[in-house]
Design a protein around this ligand. Sequence first.
Ligand SMILES: [Fe+2]
Length: 481
Amino acid sequence: MVLPISSPRTTTSLKAWARAIASPAQEFSNTALPVLAGQIPSGLRGSLYRNGPARFERGQQRVNHWFDGDGAILAVHFGDSKATGVYRYVRSAGFEAEAEADALLYRGYGTLAPGPIWKRWQAQLKNAANTSVLALPDRLLALWEGGFPHQLRLDTLETLGLDDLGQLTGDEPYSAHPKRHHRTGDIFNFGIVAGADATLNLYRSNPQGHIHQKASIPLNGIPLIHDFVLADRYLVFCVPPVRLNALPAVLGFQSFSEALLWQPKRGSQIVVVDADSLEVVAWEQVDPWFQWHFGKGYLDIDGTVVLDVVAYADFSTNQQLREVVDGQIHTPAAAQLRRLRLQPTTGQILDDRVVVDQHCEFPQVAWSGEDVALAPTYLSLHAPGRDATGELLSAIGCLDPVSEQLTIVDAGVNCYPSEPVYAADTESDQGWILTVVYDGNHHNSEVWIYRAEALADGPVCRLGLPQVIPHSFHGTWQSAA
Ligand SMILES: [Fe+2]
């Protein structure tokens, strides 16, 4: 249900991260960003875009899950060793209607609409537009896995409306983790269409974002699938043993989040799809785990598929992430980065080993046209040596692809770096890692730039942002044309 705005934000025991989401984030228009330390690399030319939930309340009501905040996009445009930033909410129809009413009106992933049961039952789902971004040549898409993307201007982030990519129809969602094919530039994505049993919709678009191929795969029940793997000729889905108990959710007795049940006896299902035909190649049931995200995935020279998955032993991560919106985390949930080797023609797991044996999330592969197997993986972790209880991730790291050695860079006490995003340099073959840091000591946000090959040296540049940017989920880098 919708919670009244309570006072955890005033509790002195709150962790520093809580203040970043205690009140709605403030937009700012295109602003020159001050260099606080170091200098902007001359070859860093392009734009960083990040998306995340930034407004959790209307009137005197607060949403009940971190995933239900209204999405806001940060753009940082780099060129001529200067940077400008702009930060804007996505003007979804739901955002506009709730702003007009100054009240929550919709149901969300983990939030029931306010009011009596008949109103909750009738309430529509709000497209929160808060999960990720896809930068196309002529527009930016704000992604949310339960509906259409929103189309924004690349420079000003003005919302232009819903975007059907030329082919999406009424109830076809476009998920928040599209993948670009490394040779063709085609963009693959999926969407889960609910029903008595769900359907896994597959979409393939050209590099401009126009969908030119679609397929549908029937599933068992209504599972939660957030991400997938593109490994050259194959798409790989790992369907976790989470199923929606549909009736209470549909009737408004429970939120979708509350009605998602962990059913480990189902196991996880490996579904391998041919990337050309979009037909199922293999379907295999394996031991259960839950994942939100995958890291690298590739077709190895021997014809097997290698993929990295951030694997949880169960679904408690959902409850932990729900609690973020309350400003206090009580539920533990830890993942490891596991590397699986699959036989794609059968779905059989040939090898399964842990490559990062500590809690981590948001793996990003710094791939720049070379062999994906030899690309480093950057990810978010807890800072070493500090109590992680009740904390959000406070460090970034790099997994060396050859030695598999993990380098962790602590952002400092009460500082929280976002998912690290890789940006290729335009003047050399080096690259940069960009992260947006919330500094809870000073209640402000900064952009930090690291040399990708030398995270341990610390940021080569720190840029000030004019407003606090709440913890965001996903971002991307678009190089200057
Ligand atoms: Fe995600």
